[in-house]
Design a binder for this molecule. Sequence first.
Ligand SMILES: Cc1ncc(C[n+]2csc(CCOP(=O)(O)OP(=O)(O)O)c2C)c(N)n1
Ligand SMILES: [Mg+2]
Length: 332
Amino acid sequence: MSGQNNAETILKIRERIRLCDYLVVAQLFLQDNFLLKRPLTFDDIKPRLLGHWGTCHGINVAYANLKSFFCDDHNFAFVLGPGHGFPALQANLFIDGELSKFNYKASFDEDGIAYICKNFSWPDGFPSHASPITPTVITEGGELGYALANAYGLVLGHPEKTVAVLIGDGELETATAIDSLNLRSLLVGARNGKVLPILHLNGYKISAPSIYARKSERELNELIRGFGFTPITIRGDEDTEAFQNALSTGADSPFYILKTEKGEGGPNRHHEAHQIPLKNPKTDERELRILEDWLKSYGPEELFDRIIKQAEEANETTCELLEGWRRKQHDR
Ligand SMILES: Cc1ncc(C[n+]2csc(CCOP(=O)(O)OP(=O)(O)O)c2C)c(N)n1
Ligand SMILES: [Mg+2]
């Protein structure tokens, strides 16, 4: 494991989150002017807005932190429960160069950004949910509940493996997910690998409050302890340092509780943020300007100038999450 917890690492993680959040919003809304090089106009907005925003920031926070911490560990894998947050997964795969290995049009440059944004949730383009046409995805993301069981399955008989799994707080209300917590008792031991559950406690399932968010911190912690885990709470990306520290914990069977606000970073939060939080930016000038401000809040000029140029100059992608593991499987 390689979790270097220094200031530069923390900055890079936060920058990556900002970049991916921007790319999520651009995929959801834009059919042109992807880098915001001129003021947004109605023509830049897709005619039909489809997809999910609310869960994406949390996915980006988890992905960036795990990626940074486990970047040299070829036996590490990530399982994403809330597959409806596909634009976040796509953004991460895109910036790591995973997509371009399978589709040369998804290159990590301006053309590639235009390509993934325009084709998100678009006829003959990319889907709105994670699906097996996406590299690294093996099951359809649209039915909640199986992520934790899949993660335990992945480590079964593989003590060298570590699998982190992001579970939505609504998802944990499914019988499959909550009962899968019992797999710890069955599978903990030297012959199997480690599962690191991360509960994404963003307070809502679609637009209704989640049961686990309604419990007090103490009640939730006791519940998690009852399944044999050690609960560790992390509060959003302001706490990147805490997230990195938490990943290096020596605690027995850690269970991370990642607290974010649903839709964090967007124009509205909580119950209004699950899918598309602005309904009419194609026809309503006020909504268009809100969208523009939202996109600008991630600092796209500075992000793209620097990060894309750096990547082009170095001709490299950031460390590769699943690549090593895949290679190893292949070599067997
Ligand atoms: C088994 C199942 N039941 C219902 C749904 C419909 N559904 C899609 S997203 C969602 C809310 C999920 O809430 P949560 O897990 O908290 O995800 P997040 O808040 O991160 O979007 C629901 C109920 C589904 N996809 N699968
Ligand atoms: Mg939720």
